[in-house]
Design a protein around this ligand. Structure first.
Ligand SMILES: Cc1ncc(COP(=O)(O)O)c(C=O)c1O
Length: 362
């Protein structure tokens, strides 16, 4: 039988595992993550300023690797991520999700109780949220602080950057829990210079809030930014910056953020199960590669992506053969990683290992 093809244009230089691998399979290259982490820490201006968002990978071994490489603080979106990060040994965890659900807050407080030597931080962006936190924190340990989540124009969560935000900050300060501000500016796109101008305008507003509280004797700092802005936020204001998708990069970041020098480090290994005139069918349907992007952009492909159902994808191809294996580079690696509770990792020592990750657990 012919050897399967490692499809050029995806990760041509990487060998396929020798052992049989069930597909679709989420494949991670550890060397790529180490490389991306180093590049990102440099772009942060120092690893001490780097607060990676773990929602991208949800993998305890990557948290341990990050700790070993000098990362000290992590950002999470869900309680399962918070617990996973604490379990991996992290001592500073920010839950960047201003929930108003008492059950969710309660679970976070319980996690803090089990790790008295860790510092946990939650978010407030509404009166209701503040009341829920206040009630849940009544008898909680003092290793829980709160930040005020600000809306920099993304329009998703966050208080308006005006008197409203100051009011929440003063309220949180009054219960002895205020640590500062949180800003996620995922809407900021464009050329580097365009992004810089937008970030500097936002930073001015946050500075205004900070200075206003300073006059009242209240010190605050900020956590800001994602992949498109983390290296543009002024260091005097943003103590921490928090990109997430540096971990695996993606078909999109590979092009739009090429200056950061990230390497694509996660792929979906798929098998060609059928070929037709000018097309090939692979076992990477939308339960294997996230369908949250338009069909034509879900993964990098040299040709058209014609159809993706739950377990099949049909692509334009005139050279693939039945049985070929192909590395597909997702456009959105975070939502693809989320579909797998196990990843096949090419380790830095050269072997292949299956490693667990949270998958879709919340
Ligand atoms: C609150 C928050 N912070 C940080 C990030 C990381 O941003 P990025 O995925 O652009 O690296 C995200 C991503 O959605 C986010 O929601």
């Amino acid at each position: 039988m012919d050897k399967p093809t490692d499809r050029p244009g995806t990760r041509a230089s990487q060998p396929l595992p020798n052992e049989p691998v069930a597909t679709p399979c989420f494949v991670i290259f550890e060397d790529g993550i180490r490389h991306n982490l180093k590049r990102t820490a440099e772009a942060c201006g120092g690893i001490e300023r780097f607060m990676p968002h773990v929602k991208t990978h949800r993998a305890p071994w990557i948290v341990k690797l990050s700790l070993a490489m000098g990362v000290t603080a992590f950002k999470c979106a869900t309680n399962a991520e918070v617990e996973m990060v604490l379990g991996a040994g992290a001592k500073a965890v920010t839950w960047a999700y201003p929930t108003v659900n008492p059950a969710n807050v309660h679970r976070f407080v319980e996690a803090a109780k089990t790790c008295p030597d860790a510092q946990l931080t939650g978010m407030v962006d509404s009166e209701r949220g503040f009341e829920v936190w206040r009630a849940e924190l009544k008898n909680a340990p003092d290793n829980i602080k709160l930040r005020i989540d600000l809306d920099p124009g993304l329009g998703r969560t966050g208080a308006p950057m005006d008197e409203t935000a100051l009011k929440f900050a003063r309220a949180v300060h009054s219960i002895g829990r205020l640590s500062g501000w949180h800003i996620y500016d995922g809407h900021v796109k464009g050329s580097r210079e365009e992004r810089r101008a937008q970030v500097l305008a936002l930073a001015e507003k946050v500075r205004g809030l900070r200075d206003e509280l300073k006059k009242e004797g209240i010190d605050t700092d900020a956590i800001a930014g994602g992949s498109y802005t983390f290296d543009l936020w002024p260091a005097d204001l943003a103590t921490f910056v928090s990109p997430g998708s540096w971990t695996y990069s993606s078909a999109q970041h590979d092009i739009e953020l090429a200056d950061l020098g990230w390497q694509p480090a996660a792929f979906v290994l798929a098998t060609v199960i059928s070929v037709h005139k000018g097309t090939a069918t692979l076992d990477a349907g939308c339960k294997a590669i996230s369908p949250d992007k338009p069909l034509s952009e879900r993964f990098r492909w040299n040709g058209r992506i014609i159809l993706q159902n739950e377990e099949h994808v049909v692509v334009e191809s005139d050279d693939l053969r039945v049985g070929d294996r192909v590395f597909l580079m997702p456009q959105h690696a975070c939502t693809t990683a989320y579909m797998y509770s196990d990843a096949l990792v090419k380790t830095s020592s050269g072997g292949w290992e299956h490693r667990p990750q949270l998958g879709s657990a919340r």
